[in-house]
Design a protein around this ligand. Structure first.
Ligand code: NAP
Length: 230
């Protein structure tokens, strides 16, 4: 990468795995989150922490300036109203990050961590502050941003990889299952390096089996969100 990567939510359980994988590749990594204590506990040496809340657009300007990659993996609040309603992080926060990322000549690749069921308006989860509606609105903001992007919709997250489980990517938001954070983190990082991951939205699951498809091939088998015009 020409410049640094920014992981918003990078001190979280998924985010810190992404941070480590980027550092292992020799990338410069900035992390945004609210809690200094959590960052001290969770972040590997080498990551540069910026204290900031995605609900405050100003807080994102400095870390995102001249970035090559933005990975957004923020856990929403679930209140029906007030600052902890999902809209503030899943939609407004995404818009703030996109605006900060699009300043200047650098055009970062954006990887948005969403969730399976983002399109299921009638799902019981949507009773929690319309979390699924706001997930989809955040996804749409990324897809409409004009930036290079990948939208990743994990199934229910688990911590430990299970032996004999491989990765399956799907589209259409019809599946249900689990996926370990290690595999989601790898998908997010690989998306930054594989041309075939640009402009796609997909769900990610674990399933019984061995021998996962190479990432570039798995991404290339997906359908792009838009048919190129002209
Ligand atoms: N749990 C599941 O089964 C599941 C399934 C599908 C998708 N997901 C999504 O996958 C992503 C990662 O999940 P996870 O369980 O690994 O998350 P996590 O451990 O809860 O980490 C989330 C991170 O978000 C940061 N954050 C929350 N509010 C913020 C704000 N207003 N401004 C800046 N940072 C904020 C937190 O840091 P601070 O508190 O320090 O700000 C934390 O580091 C999330 O988007 C989650 O919704 C989860």
């Amino acid at each position: 990468m020409d410049s640094h990567a920014v992981v918003i939510g990078g001190a979280g359980r998924l985010g810190r795995l992404i941070v480590q994988k980027l550092l292992d590749r020799g990338e410069r990594v900035r992390v945004v989150g609210r809690s200094v204590q959590s960052a001290r506990r969770s972040l590997p040496p080498g990551a540069v922490f910026y204290q900031g809340d995605v609900r405050d657009p100003q807080a994102l300007v400095e870390p995102l300036a001249r970035s090559s990659a933005l990975i957004y993996c923020v856990e929403p609040g679930t209140s029906d109203d007030g600052p902890d309603r999902p809209e503030t992080t899943l939609y407004q926060g995404v818009r703030h990050a996109l605006a900060a990322a699009a300043v200047g000549a650098h055009r970062p690749h954006v990887v948005l961590v969403s969730q399976m069921h983002a399109t299921h308006r009638a799902h019981p989860l949507n009773a929690y502050g319309r979390v699924l509606d706001w997930r989809l609105a955040g996804e749409d903001a990324v897809r409409d941003s004009g930036l290079r992007y990948t939208v990743v919709r994990p199934a229910w997250l688990t911590d430990a990889p299970v032996a004999g489980q491989r990765v399956r990517l799907e589209q259409g938001d019809r599946g249900f299952g689990q996926v370990c954070r290690q595999d989601v983190a790898e998908a997010c990082v690989q998306a930054l390096y594989c041309e075939s991951a640009a402009g796609v939205t997909f769900e990610i699951f674990n399933e019984a089996g061995v021998g996962s498809t190479p990432w570039s091939e798995a991404f290339a088998a997906l359908t792009g969100d838009r048919v190129p015009v002209g």
